[in-house]
Design a protein around this ligand. Structure first.
Ligand code: NA7
Length: 537
């Protein structure tokens, strides 16, 4: 069999594979492609690798998946060498980790930084993609893999006057590399999703005042982070194989142990004790290890929420503020729940104010501050923690044009159409692991399955002499039918980010995979077992 480089030259491509985006999945895709002998080039918009963990460098940014369950599992050597310092590592450590991986496996020479993709066009005759970046770089490849993520295009709300503000202005997802000085400043934070509730408590001791603008309160529960002790470290090192096996088998991608009981199997007293235990447990276990019927039965969820309300009221001294902080329009898991440290506590500081935008809506931003319906407040700094164009934001902006001149941006205008959340009919030889409709759980674990699927499919095509891979219409339709059928069972509220509901002008479509890991596994197995029937030419 000819070497991949020779075949590329024969077909007029520069490389076999172009990967866009040097985040956690892109780096893994690069690793497997490189190791399998493909010629490969990675294009990354940022000035460094890390994706989310490069851009979101705001104070307080950290995992809410346990560090070692989020990191790579493909190399035991890497697992043994890298010591995570905390159960939930902070952004600088994760950025260091991803750089370490890139260097350890010799991947850096393949990566072109500061390379924002502006167009990618499919050419049927040569069965290849021509990709172009903003600085004029052009490259042709047989395969294009977009690992650009679902939370990568920061979003500013449509507020009149936003550009007029004369003070400092930042978005959490575009945080500068240079240190930001909060000392003695009057700071506004807008948004109370994961980013807003992470940054706010981190800066309250430095600022002169902090005003948090909240549209929808979140059910925030303790992250319960802690340093990884020498004993735990030794345990992790000694048990790589079993931990990996457990994570690979886990439906959620976490190590949390699901509860075996329903809410009302327990007495009120037993429930209370269990809820206390869950409150004190790490991160997402509030969802994954809570009572089995938490997301299936409203009364069960309301019971947990009543416990949370009591907790919030117990922590926040001013009950008028506590009232505003308690969600009234969704139960637990109705929106993506954030995990926090010192969040409710910070409202007891005299320098911290909560403004409910539901009670007093935003009117405009001026040169000196923010006006809401109850008046004007002046600031030195505004922090926009207003999230991302979820799901399709990055891919719709990349200028992708598939077979017959089909523009992905238009094709997906009313919502994405995908197969496994990683392929789309009409876009041959394009893969997007970690894309919309792919995951619902610990993202790198789902994403790794999609990277492996992509890699194996490309390998199968190479080994069997095919050069064009496209999901057949029936394959895509079956996946989309599954999404539509199971969507009503999702706990997520339609106006939340997982429906694109935060993005002005965006069609509201469910953007996750409500069938979770079981459906992803089932569809993938079917494709593999059929020898990718209908995919290859
Ligand atoms: P999120 O979770 O999308 O949160 C965005 C926040 O910004 C949320 O509280 C929104 O309120 C608020 N928001 C959005 N638009 C507006 C306007 N127009 N006015 C006022 N407030 C607004 O983004 P994050 O960055 O916090 O988290 C992103 C991911 O990071 C998260 O999913 C995790 O994976 C980690 P709303 O709820 O829409 O009323």
């Amino acid at each position: 069999m000819a070497a991949p480089e020779d075949r590329s030259a024969e077909s007029g491509t520069d490389v076999d594979v172009v990967i866009v985006g040097a985040g956690i999945l892109g780096i893994y895709q690069l690793y497997v492609a490189d190791r399998a002998g493909y010629s490969v080039r990675m294009l990354e918009q940022g000035g460094g690798v890390g994706g989310t963990w490069y851009w979101n460098r705001y104070p307080g940014c950290r995992f809410d998946s346990e560090s070692y369950t989020y990191g790579y599992l493909f190399s035991e050597e890497l697992w043994q060498e890298w010591d995570w310092s905390e159960e939930f590592a902070a952004q600088p450590e994760t950025e260091r980790y991803l750089n370490y991986v890139v260097d350890k496996f010799g991947l850096r020479p393949h990566i072109r930084l500061d390379s924002r993709v502006t167009s990618a066009t499919w050419d049927e005759d040569s069965a290849s993609w021509a990709t172009r970046t903003a600085d004029g770089f052009e490259i042709r490849s047989r395969y294009l893999v977009s690992t650009t993520g679902v939370l990568s295009v920061p979003q500013f709300p449509d507020v009149p006057g936003r550009e007029d503000f004369a003070g400092e202005s930042y978005h959490t997802g575009l945080w500068p590399k240079e240190p930001v000085d909060f000392e003695g400043k009057r700071v506004a934070v807008i948004g109370t999703g994961s980013s807003g509730v992470q940054i706010a408590p981190m800066i309250t001791d430095q600022v002169e005042s902090l005003t948090l603008y909240q549209r929808t309160p979140s059910w925030a529960t303790p992250l319960n982070n802690h340093p990884i002790s020498a004993k735990q470290q030794a345990y992790l090192k000694a048990n790589f194989a079993s931990i990996r096996a457990e994570l690979e088998a886990s439906v959620t991608g976490f190590l949390h142990k699901p509860a075996t009981r329903n809410t009302f199997d327990d007495t009120a007293e037993e429930r209370r004790a269990f809820y206390e235990e869950i409150w004190n447990s790490p991160g997402f276990s509030k969802l994954t290890a809570n009572y089995k019927d938490l997301l299936l039965r409203q009364e069960a969820n309301a019971e947990w929420c009543a416990f949370l309300e009591e907790k919030i009221r117990g922590i926040v001294k001013d009950q008028a503020t506590a009232d505003k902080l308690i969600p009234r329009d969704h139960l637990y898991g109705g929106l993506r729940p954030p995990y926090v440290a010192d969040y409710y506590e910070m409202f007891n500081k005299p320098t911290v104010t909560l403004v409910s935008l539901r009670e007093t809506p935003l009117v405009k931003v001026t040169a000196t501050g923010i006006e809401t319906s109850d008046g004007m407040r002046e600031f030195d700094m505004i922090i926009w923690a207003t999230g991302f164009d979820f799901g399709t934001g990055a891919m719709r902006r990349m200028g992708i044009v598939g077979a017959g001149g089909l523009a992905l941006g238009d094709h997906w205008a009313a919502g994405p159409l995908t197969y496994l959340g990683m392929m789309a009919h009409g876009f041959p030889n394009l893969f997007f692991p970690g894309g919309p409709h792919g995951a619902s759980g610990n993202n790198p674990r789902y994403g790794a399955l999609q990277v492996d699927f992509t890699h194996n499919l490309i390998g199968y095509a190479r080994d069997h002499g095919f050069r064009r891979i496209e999901v057949p219409t029936e394959g895509e339709a079956a996946w989309m039918a599954m999404i539509e059928k199971l969507r009503p069972y999702s706990s997520f509220q339609e106006r939340g980010q997982y429906y694109g509901g935060n993005t002005p002008g965006k069609a509201k479509r469910f953007l996750l995979n409500p069938g979770g890991r079981p459906k992803l596994d089932a569809f993938m197995s079917r494709a593999v077992e059929s020898g990718y029937q209908g995919f290859l030419r």
